[in-house]
Design a protein around this ligand. Sequence first.
Ligand code: NAD
Length: 484
Amino acid sequence: MARKNTIDWQLAPAPESTDHFKLKEQYELFINGKWQKPKSGKYFDTINPANEQKLARIAEAGEADVDAAVKAARKAYDTVWSRMPAAERGKYIYRIARLLQEKARQFAVVESMDGGKPIRESRDFDIPVAAAHFFYYAGWADKLAYAFPGKSVAPLGVAGQIVPWNFPLLMAAWKIAPALACGNTVVLKPAETTPLTALLLAELIQEAELPDGVVNIVTGAGATGAAIVNHPDINKIAFTGSTAVGKLIQRATAGTGKKLTLELGGKAPNIIFADATIDQAVEGIINGIYFNQGHVCCAGSRLYVEESVHDEVVRKLKHRMKSLVVGDPLDKNTDIGAINSKEQLGTINKYIKLGQQEGADMYQSACDLPGKGFWCRPTLFTNVAQSARITQEEIFGPVLAIQTFRTMEEALQKANNTPYGLSAGVWTDKGSKIFNLTTKLRAGVVWANTFNKFDPTSPFGGYKESGYGREGGVHGLGAYLNLN
Ligand code: NAD
């Protein structure tokens, strides 16, 4: 597969091997601690988006399967998990964390094969940070009373959790770890295009000997997710995904008494002032939008550059884009892997066309793309209007829209002017500008002179149509507890 970039040097192939594990041909549903065939009798294929080859057959859970999973979770909650001493719960969660570290290589390879993301990303970010979440929340399990002084804490019951395809294992960890630490049991559904690492996690949970029914993993698409949302015996829904589906879930849960947290889409602005260290900022912009194919809810997909340094920033961005390696996700030199699905590639290409029709100037690196699979060249647009759809709407691909500003007030107005508010970045030499902007940017996370940095101790979540509720840190515990 191509490893070429468009400047005059090439890297030797450095593929990660896949011979240290074997995927099953078919995965069933993980309900009540056992692998169960779907009552629906239905299966679907999960494919490798880098070569369109089938990886495994996956069970599709129908309403009856979801009901069995919820019943198992309820029984485990009532009879075992909520009654267990909190320190014991913590031990199980530590065990999951340690096993995940032991099997990190296999998880990273499978994540890249199923999702298309570069192995560097899954190996250095997704898997270690997922393990870190289990370690972090394991530590909280017997200290919940200290997290919320003066309040009594009690678990909610059964949590239904639905996650997207861009960080499949990490999003599962964000949800399962705090839920278990707080004494809840879980029914989790991974996305239909990336179910494999959640299923490997189910195997690992079996190996960790968690009591049956504490974690149930059901696979399927939107209908399976809807069956979880609508199940009457679920106490809490935690959803990460698109704003459109988040709104459906909000309507479906209104008036039911189910607690709800929503982590939805984003259209993050990066603001570069003229006094910033430009080379560092350019690297941060590249990292924020192109690595992981722009499949990041908090991707820095809008760039606001102070007018006096616009030409320099764009020139340096284009130069850096030429050296980005697009290709085999399993190659350790790859910067940009495969787009997750044919459907998502179609959406990205639609927006690239739209940007041109809207009158913006497009630049794409001229790199070779592999023949099979789903690929997109890193793309940027200049001369973009604030009202343009490529400025306002989430593309979820490696596409950057660039505008200029003259004053801080203008930068702020433009940055806040979308329906989203998940994250933002500020690049400047002046601490005063950072403090001024961080209080006024309507975004759940604001990074200063860096971008896309995550840590289990720090809460993450959105404003406006990016959702509500926080995951991570102490805030993430609050979402799984009744506090009185
Ligand atoms: P999606 O909303 O299409 O799907 C997300 C999950 O919801 C999948 O598991 C899907 O099967 C399920 N689902 C689909 N329809 C459903 C329904 N009617 N009821 C219940 N579940 C349903 O999103 P996606 O395309 O998988 O993921 C991309 C989106 O996720 C982007 O908008 C991105 O910004 C967002 N995202 C947000 C965060 C965050 O933390 N805010 C993190 C990652 C991704």
